[in-house]
Design a binder for this molecule. Structure first.
Ligand SMILES: [Zn+2]
Length: 268
């Protein structure tokens, strides 16, 4: 009797077996075949670029979404794709170690990537984007184009702006590009990527909205949204708090979106 119970217990466990990994880099084709789409129909794709970011790494726009998809995959019952580290850098492209992919190349390549995962059976393709500027509009276009043609649901989340309330809640002030918010997220992921010893107030310039003024190259890699707000202060406790708040915010939004797609029976 005792043996029977143990066997039944194990059977239940096998039935609900967790994937050995949620990384599409790490999974093998046999496990993928067992999971997608019957057990897992959501894929997370992190996108970024190479771009100067004050005293944090040029790959900050990759570091944040790459860490985020790992954090969110289980809560969304998703698998996550490798980060796409090259993107459309704008007015900061002339800074050392920064460059841009041409729009045409980016559009074609990203379209193929989104189509590729959709073609593998994922019903929900969620792009977690780490870089703004012109890249966002191109990603939105791709979402609509691939969604229409393949009848799949595609979402693009720009984490820093979607979760701007978390910035105000944790820091009590607005943030910026490579501001306290983005610097904090990277600090929470890997503190060795932050170099406060190189801090200099001239690393930052305030620009209240993209429509106010334009300069190429932009004079600094930290772009603050409000005067006197958002300069990095390197508080490790607040950094951890901010990362958790952003993750919770993105998780809620994506969950709610998928729930509403399901409820409306769109592309089922
Ligand atoms: Zn960034």
């Amino acid at each position: 009797m005792k043996t029977l119970i143990i066997l039944l217990g194990a059977g239940v466990l096998w039935g609900q077996a967790k994937p050995s990994t949620r990384s599409l880099n790490a999974i093998n084709w046999m496990e993928f075949q067992e999971l997608v789409p019957e057990k897992i129909d959501t894929v997370l794709i992190p996108t970024g670029t190479m771009e100067a970011h004050g005293v944090i790494n040029n790959g900050a726009d990759n570091t944040a979404p790459e860490a985020m998809v790992k954090d969110l995959a289980e809560g969304l019952n998703a698998l996550y794709a490798p980060v796409l580290p090259y993107g459309m850098t704008g007015t900061l492209a002339p800074f050392a170690g920064s460059f841009s992919i041409k729009e045409k190349s980016y559009r074609l390549f990203l379209t193929d990537v989104v189509e590729g995962w959709a073609g593998q059976g994922f019903r929900n393709v969620i792009v977690i984007n780490g870089h703004g500027g012109p890249q966002t509009a191109v990603l939105n276009d791709i979402a609509q184009d691939v969604g229409q043609r393949l009848r799949v649901r595609v979402m693009v989340v720009n984490w820093w702006s979607t979760c701007s309330e978390a910035t105000l809640k944790v820091f009590g002030q607005d943030g910026g590009h490579a501001g306290w918010n983005e610097t904090a997220y990277v600090q929470a992921v890997d503190g060795t990527l932050v170099h406060p010893e190189r801090d200099d107030k001239d690393l930052a310039t305030t620009r209240q909205g993209a429509a106010t003024w334009f300069a190429y190259p932009f004079p600094s890699s930290v772009i603050l949204y409000q005067k006197g707000q958002g300069y990095p202060q390197y508080d490790a406790g607040k950094a951890a708090q901010y990362r958790a708040a952003v993750n919770a915010c993105v998780l809620d939004l994506v969950k709610d979106t998928i729930r509403k797609w399901d409820k409306a029976k769109i592309f089922r």
